[in-house]
Design a protein around this ligand. Structure first.
Ligand SMILES: [Zn+2]
Length: 216
């Protein structure tokens, strides 16, 4: 293993298990290795192969797909010769205009705003650490990312679209837009990016105090 592949930390650290609260001493991990809780087996930390370059490339891809998903038509409905085209933002506005303001806000937050903030915040921290750019508030942004994750519900939105497909299938002709393909890609790439994003590596690089983290 090359020294450059290693995280900056050179000593074992104590991590509290997120599942059972057991304190575990976790040594420096080689690339591709993971540390599990000695009591319940929960993965406390892992050092993914490819270091920070992998999550950076995945989040950049996700950002491009998110832009594509929002600027191109999502779906075109054809009913009795009349065509209705919509975008994701257009769907939220349609809900609002139909008197479902609360639902419109939820759709807007969970399918556009939260994923966009999550992608941009993650890139902000990753690029700051990877290229030693020293962006301000990188630590608080990293802390904020874990609170933002539950609000991203791209898959739930997709489930709703699939239900609409089934319900409207007999009533109208539907044409899938570029946005829908981009959205499907976004779900897959976002999942891969989240899996490659290892907060413990970033905490180490940003120099948080040792022994005061848990494995969330
Ligand atoms: Zn445990």
């Amino acid at each position: 293993m090359k020294p450059s592949d290693r995280p900056d930390s050179t000593v074992a650290e104590i991590i509290a298990c997120h599942e059972c609260d057991t304190l575990n001493r976790v040594p420096e991990l080689a690339p591709g290795k993971k540390a599990q809780c000695s009591c319940c087996g929960f993965v406390l930390s892992h050092n993914p192969r490819g270091g920070l370059d992998r999550p950076i490339s995945l989040y950049l891809s996700a950002l491009i797909l998110l832009v594509l998903a929002n600027i191109f038509p999502f779906l075109t409905l054809e009913i009795q010769g009349r065509e209705e085209m919509t975008t994701i933002i257009g769907a939220s506005l349609a809900l609002y205009n139909a008197g479902m303001g609360e639902l419109a806000v939820v759709v807007m937050i969970t399918s556009i705003l939260a994923p966009a903030l999550l992608i941009i915040s993650s890139l902000y921290v990753l690029l700051s650490v990877r290229y030693r750019l020293g962006f301000p508030a990188a630590r608080s942004t990293l802390s904020w990312i874990s609170q933002l994750k539950p609000w991203g519900m791209l898959d739930v939105f997709m489930l709703g679209v699939l239900v609409a497909f089934v319900k409207l299938g007999n009533m109208a002709t539907m044409h899938i837009g570029i946005s829908l393909y981009a959205f499907c890609g976004l779900i897959l790439v976002s999942a891969a990016a989240a899996s490659a994003f290892e907060p413990h590596l970033l905490w180490d690089k940003l120099g948080f105090p040792k022994g005061r983290r848990d494995a969330g």
